[in-house]
Design a protein around this ligand. Structure first.
Ligand code: PEP
Ligand code: MN
Length: 337
């Protein structure tokens, strides 16, 4: 951590800050420059130190050297994390595809769709049994019944089940059926939920909050990792901006940025990211080109009649095309699908 003193900071203020740093258990090293003095605070950076040092008299700013997240950071773990759940592997050379309806609607639907998706190259089956809906009057999901339907689809196909858990008290129940626990965008900063998922021992797919910065996103992942659960994938699903031509804005620079800052694998969800079915295939191609480790795609055999998110849901035929095209893009960036 570097404490930059103001150009007119007095010798007494500099000495006071050096003493303050020492009292915090760090070693102060005062460096007098031509215009300004800086004090290097040597030792382990702890969360909250910036806030303690910044109000000091004569202080211009405090610059942390290490990132605020530790376990999620590539500074502390260089080798990339590969999250494995049955046949679903996210973070290796092979790009994974997680596909399925927004909501689990019926057993016949999910089983038939799972068979098709598996045949077309998916290794993970998504589908919401607990649905976070903007309106309390919208379909809220089949809950445990929906989880049982997903379990049947897994028994039939072997696909790994990725499904959302919305409340800490539901984690044991959802974990009984799911292979990957999804934490939705609206819950990215539900710290008790993050901790409960961390304690579950199940891999997690953490979706980015729609107005979360990437530091906040990584700190949310840190909550799961900090409970001793190393299996976290980060999902970029689009953020709120002034753009109104798409449901959300899908920032793909997130992918290389997160790869630089973190060892955790990155999933891209172009379905929620665009909200428009016709944009899903092109943005999937772009996500693979940007280095995504997995795609999460909403697919339904009859999107027009899907109970949720039909407008952003593609058909199995479009999904087939998506996989074929992404396979070619993957090859160009030394990956496979
Ligand atoms: C979903 O995956 O169906 C979902 C609700 O996503 P998000 O939390 O990203 O809105
Ligand atoms: Mn959805």
């Amino acid at each position: 951590m570097i404490v930059v003193m103001k150009a007119d900071a007095t010798a007494a203020q500099i000495e006071h800050m050096a003493d303050h740093i020492a009292a915090l258990g760090l070693k102060p090293q005062v460096i007098h420059g031509t215009h300004q003095t800086v004090i290097a605070a040597i030792g382990e950076e702890r969360p909250g130190l910036t806030e303690v040092l910044e109000p000091g008299e004569g202080v211009e700013k405090v610059l942390p050297i290490m990132s605020p997240y530790k376990r999620a950071s590539s500074e502390l773990k260089r080798e990339r994390t590969v999250v494995k759940a049955r046949g679903l592997e996210v973070g290796g050379r092979r790009v994974a595809v997680i596909a399925g309806p927004c909501s689990v609607e019926s057993e016949e639907q999910i089983v038939a769709l799972a068979r098709r998706l598996k045949a077309l190259g998916a290794t993970g089956l998504r589908g919401g049994a607990f649905k976070p809906r903007t309106s309390p009057y919208s379909f809220q999901g089949h809950k445990e019944l929906g989880l049982k339907m997903l379990a049947t689809a897994r028994a039939e196909t072997g696909l790994a089940i990725v499904t959302e858990v919305m409340a800490p008290e539901h984690v044991p129940m959802v974990a009984e059926y799911a292979d990957v626990l999804q934490i939705g965008a609206r819950n990215m900063q539900n710290y008790q939920l993050l901790q409960a998922v961390g304690d579950s021992g199940k891999p997690a797919c953490l979706k980015r909050g729609m107005s979360a910065t990437l530091d906040e996103f990584l700190l949310a992942a840190e909550y799961i990792l900090d409970r001793g659960n190393p299996d976290v994938m980060l999902c970029e699903r689009g953020i709120r901006t002034y753009e109104d031509h798409t449901r959300f804005t899908l920032p793909l620079a997130t992918v290389p940025y997160l790869h630089e800052k973190s060892h955790l694998p990155v999933v891209v969800d172009p379905s929620h990211g665009t909200g428009k079915a016709r944009l899903v295939v092109p943005m999937s191609r772009a996500a693979i080109a940007a280095g995504a480790d997995a795609l999460m795609i909403e697919v339904h055999d009859d999107p027009e009649h899907a109970v949720s998110d039909g407008a952003q849901t593609i058909t199995p035929a479009a999904f087939k095309q998506l996989v074929e095209q992404c396979r070619r893009i993957a090859e160009a960036v030394d990956r496979t699908i």
